[in-house]
Design a protein around this ligand. Structure first.
Ligand code: FES
Length: 157
């Protein structure tokens, strides 16, 4: 299994750190070691990553992530739109990126639009939606303060 991670779109929900702590370890390098866990479990944990920052490709014959039944959009209360499906994002330079999951900004304050960067937490954005349970973790020690990207040890050095 190959696992990729994009820190720029991570919103620090930390499903990975809680879901499979042997595979995802914040202080280890590399911080993701897919072979330390069961492939089915690692895939299930990654598919719970709401931002799409984590993705995987399996080489063991196991199923790849797929969303043939369509696309779902769930507004997170006071936060982004959580989208699951085949999401094609066209960047300014014309390149098209396809993601299986994404957290899309609806407060207007994100600096990485169309993705959420958690700016809604400090801008006081309020909007109806599904209450999303945030569990505290090393990347989110307080509910309204995810780790700043500059402090995240997962950033490439
Ligand atoms: S909704 Fe999160 S930054 Fe806009």
């Amino acid at each position: 299994m190959e696992v990729s991670f994009d820190l720029d779109i991570c919103i620090h929900v930390a499903e990975c750190l809680r879901g499979e702590p042997n595979v995802f370890k914040l202080q280890r390098r590399p911080w993701v070691l897919p072979d330390e866990g069961d492939a089915d479990v690692v895939a299930a944990v990654i598919e719970r990553c709401p931002s799409g920052a984590l993705q995987y490709r399996r080489f063991d014959g196991g199923p790849q992530e797929s969303h043939t039944s369509g696309t779902t959009v769930t507004p997170m209360r006071d936060g982004p739109l959580l989208v699951v499906g085949e999401i094609q994002v066209t960047h300014e330079d014309g390149t098209v990126e396809t993601l299986p999951r994404a957290s899309l900004c609806r407060c207007g304050d994100s600096k990485v639009k169309p993705f959420c960067d958690n700016s809604h937490l400090t801008s006081g954005f309020r909007a109806p939606g599904v209450k999303f349970k945030i569990h505290l973790s090393p990347v989110r020690l307080e509910l309204d303060k995810p780790m700043a990207k500059a402090l995240d040890p997962r950033a490439a050095s």
